[in-house]
Design a protein around this ligand. Structure first.
Ligand SMILES: O=P(O)(O)OC[C@H]1O[C@H](O)[C@H](O)[C@@H](O)[C@@H]1O
Length: 527
């Protein structure tokens, strides 16, 4: 296509949202009109599915749940007045709580105010809060946030070592289910750290969880500062605008109403059942085209703005946990998904963009452009040229270079990184994922694969218990095969070897004798 035709194609497909100042450009995806036509009926169904979902249909059939994250930013849409009221009340509770923490009305024992907050959570209970903190936290927030998002002991130590004073640190334990092992472990370790300093953990702790979850029960029985509810009709990966995301954001002084407003405006725009006027539908179209409706190409997300660094990581869960499914809604094996990765431009141009430009063409790029360089005037780097001009130049250059080498790209442009545009970006991708899921006929709202991994981990921990019991009982050195037999799990011999090696490495009393390079030669005892 020559330059003039491309310019025309750009204008033909350009989407602009006036209220948000957001542009979406899918002109550099090489679909043609016949392809768009071919998806018409699928889109009609996707729009209809979305209407039903927003009205409270059981859009997550496997878990028998409604899917209501869109109601969070427009509570009047909730299917019952009770739900509407619940959403409004929780939002007020969050604002009042954050306000009381900021003014010192809620304060730690013996101190006038909280200075820091540890947020303990994983998956959807970490990624949204982390992305938003990185994108929007002011330079001097009322509370500095620290995240524990794993059960890595060294990681927990590192977070705790970065906190000056636990006596002025609030703790959020965020878990929708209230039963996920990693945040539970983090919570127990942090609780012990408070106890070691003679601090009464309950006076510092806040639970964000579903009613009657294990976490809720712990918080109630120990008399934590407060509990903020989370709902079963909000999925973890779409929970940034629920208490999960709003509590940490509000504590950092981020304008949560503006985030909700931006999301609401985007929800309104992506509810339009006309492909060309609906940016989420345009994204879904582009994804479908690129990956042949089968995720054949990866989504590389490159925001050219440091504060959006964690957007790709956030999208990884939203897109891959939603779309990565073995079966479709009819039970047919389909192995769906779209792989997502990326960090930021132009940094990544000095890393893997070489492969994007010249290597295996198994991706499409999404460039996120922010029009405003910074809020103050920029100095000149070269005559008439600023650092921001370079950044913009690198983005445009990469887009062009990719296109010239037959690599497609999407460009999303926002005027500024602020609470409204971040809310809008989240809402845009949430809806695009929902629509795409309908196009490819999968349930975007469950995660059966994750459950399988959790069960397997629990089996290993049970095995560890039995192995240690064998060693305690036998009181003599045994081979790993003998231990496996005595534990009643001969088929798990390799897992048992790995469990023992881990215990050995951590000085847990397991003694290895023999050749470490030949596991079968080892004898094991308790020292
Ligand atoms: O908030 P939680 O219930 O602790 O869940 C945390 C995360 O872990 C689960 O395993 C799911 O795969 C995620 O969708 C979820 O966000």
């Amino acid at each position: 296509m020559d330059a003039k035709a491309l310019w025309q194609r750009y204008q033909d497909w350009l989407y602009f949202h006036e209220g948000l100042g957001l542009y979406l450009d899918i002109s550099r995806m090489r679909f043609d009109n016949a392809f768009v036509e071919s998806l018409q009926s699928k889109f009609e169904k996707a729009f209809a599915d979305m209407v039903a979902l927003e009205k409270g249909a059981i859009a997550n059939p496997d878990e028998n749940r409604m899917v209501g994250h869109y109601w969070l930013r427009n509570p009047d849409l909730a299917p019952t007045p009770e739900l509407t009221q619940e959403i409004v009340q929780t939002l007020e509770q969050i604002e009042t709580f954050a306000d009381q923490v900021h003014t010192g009305a809620i304060h730690p024992p013996k101190e006038s105010c909280f200075t820091d907050v540890i947020s303990i959570g994983i998956g959807g209970s970490a990624l949204g809060p982390q992305f938003v903190a990185e994108a929007l936290a002011p330079d001097s927030p009322p509370l500095n946030i620290h995240f524990i998002d794993n059960t890595d002991p060294a990681g927990i130590d590192r977070v705790l070592s970065h906190i000056n004073n636990l006596a002025t640190t609030l703790v959020l334990v965020i878990s929708k289910s209230g039963g996920t092992p990693e945040p539970r472990n983090g919570m127990i370790e942090v609780k012990k750290a408070y106890a070691a300093k003679n601090l009464d953990f309950a006076k510092y702790a806040v639970a964000i969880t579903s009613a009657d979850s294990n976490l809720d029960k712990v918080a109630q029985s120990e008399g934590w500062l407060t509990t903020v509810p989370m709902y079963d009709w909000v999925g973890g990966r779409t929970s940034e605008m629920s208490s999960v995301g709003l509590v940490p954001a509000a504590l950092q002084g981020i304008d949560i109403r503006a985030m909700l407003d931006g999301a609401k405006e985007m929800d309104d725009a992506t509810r339009i059942s006309n492909l060309k006027n609906n940016p989420a539908a345009l994204l879904a179209l582009a994804w479908y085209f690129s990956g042949n409706g089968k995720g054949e190409k990866d989504m590389v997300v490159l925001p050219y703005k440091d504060s959006l660094l964690l957007f790709s990581r956030y999208l990884q869960q939203l897109v891959m946990e939603s779309l990565g499914k073995e079966q479709d809604l009819d039970g047919k094996t389909v192995y769906q998904g779209i792989a997502v990765y990326g960090n930021k431009g132009s940094t990544d141009q000095h890393a893997y963009v070489q492969q994007l430009r010249e290597g295996v063409p198994n991706f499409f790029a999404t460039l996120i452009e922010v029009l405003e360089d910074r809020q103050t005037p920029s100095p000149e780097i070269d005559p008439g040229v600023t650092a921001g001009d370079y950044l913009s130049g690198f983005l445009l250059g990469t887009r062009q270079a990719l296109y010239e080498n037959n690599r497609d790209s999407i460009t999303v442009t926002i005027p500024q990184v602020n609470a409204r545009t971040v809310g809008a970006l989240i809402a845009l991708y949430e809806r695009a994922v929902g629509l795409y899921a309908s196009l490819v006929n999968i349930n975007a709202y469950h995660q059966p694969g994750v459950e399988a991994g959790k069960k397997a981990a629990a089996t290993i921990l049970d095995l560890q218990k039995r192995v240690v019991e064998v060693l305690q009982k036998e009181k003599k050195a045994l081979s790993i095969a003998e231990i496996a037999d005595k534990a009643g799990s001969p088929e798990q011999v390799e897992a048992i070897y790995k469990i023992l090696r881990h215990l050995h490495a951590n000085h847990r009393g397991v003694v290895f004798t023999g050749d470490l390079s030949k596991p079968a030669s080892l004898t094991v005892s308790l020292g």
